[in-house]
Design a protein around this ligand. Structure first.
Ligand SMILES: [Zn+2]
Length: 146
């Protein structure tokens, strides 16, 4: 089985840029982080994370270290999912400010319910939107065909 981009992480940034441009995120700066979600304390099942910078249109996307072995559709799905978090940052950011106002007892369940609902929503959109976008191999072929 071949690996995504032959395991070369240098292709991830341009692929994310391409996807972002198709997804209404042309004005966002995107970074492909060198660290993994697991380096940031996430469980082994988390394939990717997106960390938008509060108040700015920039975000860092991190992928689990085994990304080269994923199938093409999974890789595309996770990239699209993480990019969609950029669209949801304006929802999440003000919510994160609530803790000091309502206290942790009220904030914890509010945060958990809202972020969980956001994840379901993002994943559903990513599933169908992703199928309309090229896989890494399809994108690479477009990029390298004169
Ligand atoms: Zn997510």
């Amino acid at each position: 089985m071949s690996e995504i981009f032959d395991g070369d992480r240098d292709y991830i940034g341009p692929y994310l840029r391409f996807l972002a441009d198709q997804m209404g995120l042309r004005d966002w700066f995107l970074y492909h982080g060198h660290s993994t979600p697991q380096d940031e304390g996430h469980s082994e099942v988390v394939g990717g994370t997106c960390t938008p910078e509060e108040g700015r249109k920039s975000a860092t996307i991190r992928l689990r270290s085994d990304w080269p072995s994923w199938d093409e559709e999974k890789f595309r799905h996770i990239c699209v999912h993480e990019l969609l978090h950029c669209h949801f940052a304006p929802v999440r950011d003000p919510l994160s400010e609530l803790e000091s106002l309502i206290g942790v007892i009220m904030f914890a369940p509010t945060w958990a319910a809202t972020t969980s609902a956001m994840e379901y929503c993002i994943d559903g959109i990513a599933y169908d939107w992703g199928r309309l976008l090229p896989t890494p191999a399809e994108w690479l072929e477009r990029e390298t065909t004169p």
